[in-house]
Design a protein around this ligand. Structure first.
Ligand code: NAI
Length: 301
């Protein structure tokens, strides 16, 4: 099935792993693809043109259309150059998959700027730097699909990954705002939290990762940048499973209109605060404010 005919897609960090898989399938389904990759090592050091060039060669060989870009996502200039590659080669950009990533794990107590800054630069600031110039194009044309690559380690927490976790959770916040700001331009923004065997995870999880191929993540990623994509969602994807992750809020406990609860009141009502029965999933700030305001008028506690 074609699905992306006449569409132009940028995939960052597409020289290997998940990004390569996304780029190949986008091209197979008719998209013209900018294959971006800095070509460095998993910790972000070094650079090489060969990773992106090899994926472009694969796409061309299979009869698809693609160009390589070797800029880093981690600066305004790099982001602008990546989007300029799409404009120069194909005239526009419809789809952006922010996928480039590095790891510099350390326990929190031992975390230095060497661990922290490059990880924030590539994942979190990179999300801004590439999406901003693409956003302008999408806004002008009244169509766009943006996907951010987060991580269960980021959204749920994982030992030794405070830098990565903060950056990856930040992308979720970014995507939620873009989903709202993009709505009137038909720009939709979503997040995936993938699990796959790539050079990034190979060493960490050993043989278990053999059950998680990058190709099993790509279909959900492509659905989320397709014409029928939802917006403001997070899909957790791996090994053939696709699930929805969301932030839920319990009905909680209400002290009463105008009441100033004590610390002891909070402790005494902890069961109600924690009780997940009847939780809601606010889709934006106003949904949550409404939940806070409603008991004031209903008087319920
Ligand atoms: P990977 O290491 O194979 O792919 C990452 C790619 O990004 C590499 O080809 C690398 O050269 C490129 N890259 C790094 N810094 C760059 C920069 N500044 N500019 C442009 N390209 C750059 O690893 P994998 O697993 O395919 O990772 C893809 C994304 O998925 C990453 O964002 C990662 O954090 C995320 N992820 C992966 C998981 C997994 O199970 N493999 C789990 C959760 C998240």
């Amino acid at each position: 099935m074609a699905m992306f005919d006449e569409q132009v897609a940028i995939v960052t960090g597409a020289g290997g792993g998940l990004g390569r898989s996304h780029a190949l399938e986008l091209a197979r389904r008719g998209a013209k693809v900018v294959v971006n990759d800095l070509g460095g090592s998993p910790d972000g050091t070094g650079a090489s043109t060969s990773a992106a060039d090899a994926v472009v060669a694969e796409i061309l060989e299979a009869g698809g259309e693609a160009v390589a870009n070797h800029d880093s996502v981690s600066s305004h200039e790099g982001g602008a150059a990546i989007v300029a590659s799409a404009i120069d080669a194909f005239g526009t950009v419809d789809i952006l998959i922010n996928n480039a990533g590095i790891l510099r794990d350390s326990s929190f107590a031992k975390m230095t700027d060497e661990h922290l800054l490059p990880v924030l630069d590539v994942h979190l600031k990179g999300g801004f730097y590439v999406t901003l110039p693409a956003w302008q194009v999408m806004k002008d044309k009244g169509y766009g699909r943006v996907l951010f690559t987060s991580s269960a380690a980021g959204l749920l927490g994982n030992f030794g990954q405070a830098n990565y976790g903060a950056a990856k959770a930040g992308l979720w916040g970014l995507s939620n705002v873009l989903a709202q700001e993009g709505a009137k331009y038909d720009i939709r923004s979503n997040v995936i939290a993938p699990i796959a065997k790539t050079r990034m995870t190979e060493a960490l999880f050993g043989g278990m990762m053999d059950f998680f191929a990058p190709e099993q993540v790509t279909p959900a990623a492509l659905y989320l940048v397709g014409p029928d994509a939802p917006t403001g969602e997070v899909f957790t994807v791996g090994g053939g499973r696709v699930g929805r992750m969301f932030m839920g809020v319990t009905p909680g406990w209400f002290a009463g209109p105008g009441a100033v609860p004590t610390v002891e009141d909070v402790a005494a009502n902890l069961d109600r605060i924690m009780d997940e029965t009847g939780y809601i999933v606010p889709s934006n700030l106003m949904d949550e404010l409404q939940e806070l305001v409603m008991p004031l008028f209903s008087g319920s506690n």
